[in-house]
Design a protein around this ligand. Structure first.
Ligand SMILES: C[S@@+](CC[C@H](N)C(=O)[O-])C[C@H]1O[C@@H](n2cnc3c(N)ncnc32)[C@H](O)[C@@H]1O
Length: 403
């Protein structure tokens, strides 16, 4: 008798629909899954987990699966069922006797894998163009990064030190059936023992923590803020790092959180209320004047710029397929412009952090080098890059000082 987990037709159909929508309409898998699950509130935790994990895994291994199939990618239902069949068998499972799997049942997936595995781009499932860019920029570090980026990320929390200390939060999480352990890299990070939706926990609703990758938790402390300072977070988005800055500043002083997308700042305001943060003022960037008005005004400036997202592929496997060369060129240009224009907001003697969640040198060290060549009034204090092959997502940060 087979030990394979049992497949349910409606759940497999949901996975097929999620893939069709994610690749057909260009939406991110997490949004597509969220919508499908919302439409079907009666599914239990296990069913929801099956749909989410299967979709993520098939997105992650998209190229490899099509290579195993020996065909160009297609979004026809019958082809997606075939692909699901390949994925299911590749994990050592047997397929049920559904007609949709008739053409793929019993295929020797392992043998086919052996024929293909010498090619790193296929084996680790990356598009050739992006693997080439990464290999050129990262050299010997690339194969380990290519591999590690396929390991699903752990769930990290950041204790909101304005409301609670880490040990008390760990105890409360235990009581809420959400066991976790401390992150060694800092004093506020927590790693969940098991993936879990934490947003319904009373501890979350009380503002005791935010979900934030461990690597991302290293960026706000890098800016060396102190209570009472005037800090500008110029690409604040929904405020992951702005909230952390507020906690480090003990709610004292002023944080001006800016972004070109006003709706993200609205989300930030909601999170700030839950976190008990009072020192953040949000300001949408409407035009060049929004920046000019703040010239020479900040003690500290955070530029957490838009980037390729190549450091967070563990979390967003879609990035491998959605990112295109022209998009990469565009973000590099925006990063250069942001450094050039926004750095003017910093006072003399002030410090600024340039940060990305990219693994690429061209978005990281090379941007900072070019900026420093044009601006001798700035100097580099230190920089750090963590690759996804280490302990978290990939990220880069550089601390600069203005004379
Ligand atoms: C990496 S995300 C920021 C994440 C955020 N700091 C956090 O910790 O949650 C980059 C942000 O830059 C914003 N952005 C894009 N172009 C921008 C520009 N020209 N000026 C300011 N922000 C910009 C995006 O809307 C996005 O929210």
């Amino acid at each position: 008798m087979s030990q394979s987990p049992r497949l349910h037709k409606n759940l497999v159909a949901a996975v097929i629909e999620a893939l069709e929508t994610a690749f057909g309409k260009g939406y991110y898998a997490d949004k597509v899954i969220e919508r499908i699950l919302k439409r079907n509130p009666k599914w239990g935790a296990r069913d929801r987990g099956f749909i989410a994990e299967s979709t993520y895994e098939m997105v992650r291994w998209w190229r490899l699966l099509w290579e195993l199939n020996g065909k160009e990618p297609s979004l026809k239902r019958k082809d997606l069922y075939r692909l699901f069949g390949i994925w299911w068998q590749w994990q050592g499972n047997d397929l049920p006797d559904w007609p949709a799997f008739d053409t793929v049942r019993g295929l020797n997936v392992d043998e086919r894998f052996k024929e293909l595995e010498a090619d790193l781009n296929i084996r680790e499932s990356w598009p050739d163009w992006l693997a080439e860019v990464a290999s050129e920029e990262l050299g010997d570090a690339w194969p380990a990064i290519a591999k590690a980026s396929n390991i699903p990320a752990e769930v990290f929390l950041r204790t909101n030190s304005l409301r609670i200390d880490r040990n008390s939060l760990l105890k409360q999480l235990e009581e809420e059936a959400c066991p976790a352990r401390p992150l060694e890299a800092n004093e506020v990070g927590i790693i969940l023992e098991k993936r879990k939706n934490t947003f319904r926990l009373p501890s979350f609703q009380s503002g005791f923590f935010e979900v934030q990758d461990g690597g991302s938790q290293m960026i706000a402390p890098y800016l060396e803020v102190e209570p009472g300072m005037r800090v500008i977070d110029a690409c604040a988005g929904a405020g992951g790092k702005a909230l952390h800055l507020a906690a480090l500043m003990e709610n004292k002083g002023q944080i001006i959180a800016m972004d070109v997308e006003a709706w993200k700042l609205k989300e930030l305001q909601k999170r700030a209320r839950r976190n008990g943060v009072h020192n953040i003022e949000t300001r949408p960037i409407e035009n060049a004047k929004s920046i000019k008005r703040l010239q020479d005004s900040a003690d500290r400036l955070l530029l957490d710029v838009p980037c390729s997202g190549t450091g967070v592929v563990k979390r967003n496997p879609d990035t491998k397929w959605k990112l295109k060369p022209e998009h990469l060129d565009r973000v590099r240009k925006i990063q250069g412009d942001i450094l050039e224009d926004y750095s003017k907001m910093l006072k003399s003697g002030g410090k600024m952090v340039y940060a990305t969640c990219s693994i690429l040198r061209s978005e990281n060290e090379a941007q900072v080098e070019r900026f420093l060549e044009r601006h001798p009034e700035f100097s580099l204090i230190r920089q750090e890059r963590v690759n996804p092959s280490e302990w978290s997502d990939g990220f880069y940060m550089a601390l600069l000082e203005k004379a």
